[in-house]
Design a protein around this ligand. Structure first.
Ligand SMILES: CC(C)(COP(=O)(O)OP(=O)(O)OC[C@H]1O[C@@H](n2cnc3c(N)ncnc32)[C@H](O)[C@@H]1OP(=O)(O)O)[C@@H](O)C(=O)NCCC(=O)NCCS
Length: 147
């Protein structure tokens, strides 16, 4: 684990959703409105939040069915706290919480593949997805266009 000055919680009611939304803008991981975050975090089985003092500096979550599959999403670290091992610790914590599932999956933001490879994730050969906005997903490098 990283330095003791970080405090961890798995409780959504200990997190300011406006601050969580700002964290995603700053990280950056996109525009995630507080109401949407309330829904996705409430519907996730495993939650992970990290504070430095009163400030929220890291977050992540995993959807999981309890037996077969867990899906890690929305992992972000405040830029001023990146590069200190916090992102790795959040992933390790979510992987620990999802221990026992037959598979733990995620998709990497383009450019972060090495980060996940260093944490034990391997590329999936046959992963496919239906995106709400496939053209944008192709443009940012998340999906390959149909051949
Ligand atoms: C990706 C992210 C969560 C990593 O968190 P972090 O606390 O900076 O990562 P760590 O300090 O634990 O880094 C662990 C290792 O991964 C490497 N790494 C970190 N970010 C990386 C990136 N974007 N691309 C490639 N490698 C990266 C680090 O260099 C480090 O390598 P080392 O152990 O050889 O020194 C953080 O940079 C972030 O929030 N980025 C913006 C949001 C994002 O892209 N989230 C991922 C969505 S899939």
């Amino acid at each position: 684990m990283t330095s003791q000055r970080y405090t961890w919680t798995h409780r959504l009611d200990e997190v300011d959703l406006e601050e969580l939304s700002r964290l995603y803008l700053l990280a950056p991981l996109g525009n995630k409105p507080p109401e949407a975050l309330a829904t996705v975090y409430r519907n996730s089985r495993y939650l992970c939040f990290v504070h430095a003092g009163d400030a929220l500096v890291g977050a992540g979550r995993a959807l999981a069915d309890g037996v077969d599959c867990a899906y890690i999403a929305d992992v972000a670290v405040h830029p001023e706290h990146q590069g200190r091992g916090l992102g790795s610790d959040i992933i390790r914590n979510l992987v620990d919480l999802a221990n026992g599932h037959k598979k733990i999956i995620l998709y990497a933001a383009p450019g972060t593949e090495d980060f996940y490879r260093g944490l034990g994730f391997l590329h999936m050969n046959t992963a496919m997805a239906i995106w709400a906005d496939p053209r944008r997903a192709v443009a940012v490098g998340l999906l390959r266009p149909a051949e």
